[in-house]
Design a protein around this ligand. Structure first.
Ligand code: SF4
Length: 237
């Protein structure tokens, strides 16, 4: 049977990223704080979060809309210094969409050179090619229920390493079946860890577990544990 043709991503909307341009060596930061990692294979570990401003997508269930605009401009060195002061070896660069700022790969490199384990959480709509090899990439592939499925950049799949993770946030059975097709089409179970997340408040975790077990998929249930520890709407935890 021939493979279906690869899906082509839709053009991103640059107008959604309109902010004053930054100089080289700068990033626009929303917040920087220490908490426990809420998702991924490192869930539950102490982690410093570097939350950057801007995102060219508009997922239906986005819980980070406050990151779309604003933020303060920092130099990369100042961010590294703040991370160092928090005394934690694990750092996650997140947003928004952290790759919407061109200096993000350089920040990852500087943190890696300082000896930090660096994770990045990215939407899957922008190329991950510029990220240093030692970055642990958590890449969303947007399901139809998010309204952003057509922005997925499937060229990224070839760049994933066994230490990376692909995440699907699902709100319905339709999303689950779509995820199964994509996992099989791109051989994702063989490439890296596949994270399966219920969209918070939209799909019951128990139902997702039942579907996972019935389907035999080699995925990992990924609950956003910070939404169980704190109020689900609490920011920056
Ligand atoms: S990619 Fe992330 S930050 Fe951007 S709209 Fe979607 S959920 Fe929100």
């Amino acid at each position: 049977m021939s493979m279906p043709a690869p899906l082509q991503p839709k053009q991103l909307k640059p107008e959604l990223l309109k902010q004053e341009p930054l100089q080289q060596g700068q990033l626009r930061l929303i917040s920087l704080y220490k908490s426990v990692q809420g998702e991924s294979t490192r869930a539950g570990k102490p982690c410093v979060f570097v939350r950057l401003s801007g995102c060219p997508l508009r997922c239906r269930w986005c819980d980070s809309t406050y990151t779309f605009t604003g933020g303060k401009v920092y130099t990369l060195e100042a961010i590294v210094e703040e991370v160092r002061e928090l005394g934690c070896g694990l750092v996650e660069i997140t947003g928004g969409e952290p790759l919407s700022q061109p200096e993000t790969p350089r920040l990852c490199q500087l943190l890696i050179e300082e000896g930090f384990t660096v994770m990045i959480e990215t939407s899957g709509a922008l190329s991950i090619a510029a990220l240093p090899q030692k970055t642990h990439i958590i890449m969303d592939l947007k399901c139809p229920g998010s309204g952003m499925e057509s922005y997925n950049l499937y060229d990224n799949v070839e760049l994933l390493k066994p230490s990376d993770e692909v995440k699907f946030v699902m709100a319905s059975r339709q999303d689950f079946e779509w995820m199964q097709d994509i996992v099989s089409q791109y051989g994702l179970e063989r490439r890296c860890c596949v994270l399966l997340s219920p969209a918070f408040g939209l799909l019951k975790p128990q139902l997702l577990v039942e579907w996972m077990l019935e389907s035999g998929i080699d995925g990992r249930l990924n609950l956003q544990i910070h939404k169980f520890i704190w109020h689900p709407n609490k920011k920056d935890v």
